[in-house]
Design a protein around this ligand. Structure first.
Ligand SMILES: [Zn+2]
Length: 239
């Protein structure tokens, strides 16, 4: 089982670990702990490098497989052996942009629910760009500008972001979490990680977030489109 360091410290850029298994076919390694985000919840995986015995190995993809995190190394580096130690370093510029983007999408989600009662049906992101689908019957330019102004007000409000890992039973008692489909979590999961934008939004979420909404930057709603009778998609960019 790989210990997920990013779950409790999203600002960790470098870390030491040991190699617990080597997958020759995939040209990938499993570490005992990692700060690399393996992707999920709309947030893409991290890139970066692992230095093993003075060789810098690029990490080209990271993926969760059961309880393990697989780090896919560049094809031209030789595979290390199990038991070696590794020093990991994230492509921090990219990851921090993803943290700002992910938190921006939660600000959007929380603001739209508070102001219009519209639920989210899906979302996706890349560094400084994202989209989110809402249950809206109609959407027009005026509404979009209203939403844009409201989300930037929340950015300026410098709201704190708090991450907690709760026992499943405790998380299921929180009414706010029910609306974000916490009930879809598999039976076997005994703990639930929650991300709260204090006073605005609370979700069960595995992603990496900034500590304060004032780190996000200005959010622009750059486009919107209809994705069906009750689904409308909003596109954002972060400046
Ligand atoms: Zn999220």
């Amino acid at each position: 089982m790989t210990q997920l360091l990013y779950q409790t410290d999203s600002y960790l850029q470098e870390f030491d670990a040991s190699i617990v298994s080597v997958l020759a076919d995939e040209h990938a390694i499993v570490l005992d702990q990692t700060a690399f985000y393996p992707g999920g919840g709309g947030q893409p995986c991290d890139f970066g490098s692992l230095t093993i015995a003075d060789v810098i190995c690029p990490v080209q993809k990271v993926k969760k497989q059961g309880e393990h995190v697989l780090h896919f190394l560049g094809d031209d580096v030789p595979l290390p052996s199990t038991g070696s130690t590794a020093r990991g370093a994230l492509d921090w510029a990219r990851r921090y942009k993803l943290m700002r983007t992910h938190t921006a999408l939660h600000v959007l989600c929380g603001t739209v629910f508070r102001d219009y009662g519209a639920l989210v049906t899906g979302g996706d992101m890349e560094p400084l760009k994202g989209r989110m689908d809402f249950e809206f019957e109609t959407m027009g330019g005026e509404l979009v500008r209203e939403i844009e102004a409201a989300v930037n007000k929340e950015v300026a409000a410098a709201r704190e972001i708090r991450v907690k890992i709760l026992p499943r039973e405790e998380a299921f008692q929180i009414p706010d979490l029910i609306r974000t489909k916490i009930n879809l979590l598999p039976e076997g999961i005994s703990q639930v990680r929650t991300v709260e934008i204090v006073g605005l939004d609370l979700q069960a979420d595995g992603g990496t977030h900034v500590h304060n909404t004032n780190e996000i930057g200005n959010i622009r709603v750059v486009d919107y489109k209809s994705k069906g009778a009750i689904n409308k998609r909003i596109y954002i960019e972060i400046e």
